[in-house]
Write a protein that binds this ligand. Structure first.
Ligand SMILES: CC(C)(COP(=O)(O)OP(=O)(O)OC[C@H]1O[C@@H](n2cnc3c(N)ncnc32)[C@H](O)[C@@H]1OP(=O)(O)O)[C@@H](O)C(=O)NCCC(=O)NCCS
Length: 176
């Protein structure tokens, strides 16, 4: 594999990475992934979303992790830790995204390992996510140690406007 680095971004690093992050999100939507946005979706249109993430990173409610290949950010995942006071041990896994040109190289696995490590660092041992039912992403979470809970039909739309269900997963990390 090329030279891959996985790291957690600071608020200023997040601000500097906005164009690369916007390119990844646009590429995933245009590739047919149901990740919150409708097609067509340009990198420019994705900037406001990432500006919101940058604010969440700055206020400490989101941990933003990226994977770089030869210095270029090509994958990302977020850990939402701005939970309610009665859920200080829980986190939401969000927006696992790998650019189409870097798929199948193990970036998602590295990002998910890093998310586990960040969750532990923040005292979070119950992790939750949802993903489009029937998507390639759905099949990888069980390989990565997540438990499938069930499906909510017609939960969201695919980028082309058709309905898609959402499959919910959780992962319990060991507490020591
Ligand atoms: C899902 C996604 C993040 C996977 O990224 P990736 O970097 O290609 O995945 P990896 O190479 O790290 O593969 C991780 C594991 O999943 C498997 N896998 C990867 N793509 C797969 C596919 N399309 N179908 C089945 N299994 C797949 C790999 O074999 C690997 O398992 P292994 O390590 O046991 O061999 C990527 O396809 C993507 O960004 N999709 C669009 C966005 C999306 O749907 N995100 C999920 C939002 S919840």
């Amino acid at each position: 594999m090329s030279n891959v680095t996985v790291r957690t971004l600071t608020p200023s690093e997040t601000a500097a990475a906005l164009p690369e992050l916007a390119e990844i999100l646009s590429d995933c939507v245009e590739g047919g992934a149901s990740v919150g946005f409708m097609s067509p979706y340009t990198p420019q249109e994705a900037i406001p979303y990432w500006e919101g993430v940058a604010r969440a990173v700055a206020e400490g409610s989101t941990v933003l992790i990226v994977a770089e290949t030869d210095g270029e950010i090509l994958g990302t995942v977020q850990l939402g830790i701005g939970t309610m006071p009665n859920q200080p041990h829980r986190a939401d896994l969000k927006k696992l995204l790998v650019h189409r040109k870097a798929r199948g190289l193990g970036l998602a696995r590295l990002l998910m390992d890093a998310a586990d490590a960040e969750a532990r660092r923040h005292g979070r041992h119950v992790l939750v996510l949802d993903t489009a039912t029937g998507s390639p992403a759905e099949s990888i979470y069980e390989r990565l140690g997540w438990q499938r809970v069930g499906v909510i039909p017609q939960y969201a739309l695919m980028p082309d406007g058709s309905y898609c269900g959402s499959t919910f997963f959780y992962k319990s990390l060991p507490t020591d």
